[in-house]
Structures are given as structure tokens and as C-alpha cells.
Ligand binder design. Sequence first.
Ligand SMILES: [Zn+2]
Length: 99
Amino acid sequence: MPEKKIDKAVEALFSGARMLSIHCAECRGPLFEKDGKVFCPTCGVRGGEAPDEGLEGTLRRKLEELKARLETEKDHEQLMRTLKEIDALVEVLRKLRST
Ligand SMILES: [Zn+2]
């Protein structure tokens, strides 16, 4: 971990936040929880309700995995299947946001 990240993490701990075992989807740094809110001290991203990463977080992580698979996939059939999975995930994410 770069020094800056550690600084911010220590700062969060001193402010009374609790370090969680889950990581920020943006910077991969550890997420913290304070007053029932999850946040990333490194990039300032505020998550949902803690201590769960939430459905959206899970979906986003899944989407990243699929994206990585898409980049390396050579087989056309597999590629189409992966695209369909991504399409379904994006659809769910959109529904989550509209509620
Ligand atoms: Zn972050």
C-alpha cells in the first residue's frame, strides 16, 4: 500500500471508524465503517449501509470480472454468453438505481 493510503486509513481509525474486511471497488483499499456508514478514506467514496458491500457492490465486482473475461475470450460462443451476462447485470444495476 502506498504511504498516502496508509495515512488516510490511520486517520479514519483515529476518527473512530472501524476497518472492514471488504475493499473499495475503486482503489482496492480497505473500507471503513462509522456511524453505520461505509466509506473509503482513500478516494472518499461513500458506500451503502454497512457492513455489507451491498447488492450494487457485488454486481459491480461481478461486472468487472466479466469485463476481464471479455477481453481475453477468443471463442465466439463464449463471448456471446459473456455479453449476455453483462447485459443482464447492467439491467439489474439500472433497476437498482431507478428505485
Ligand atoms: Zn477507494
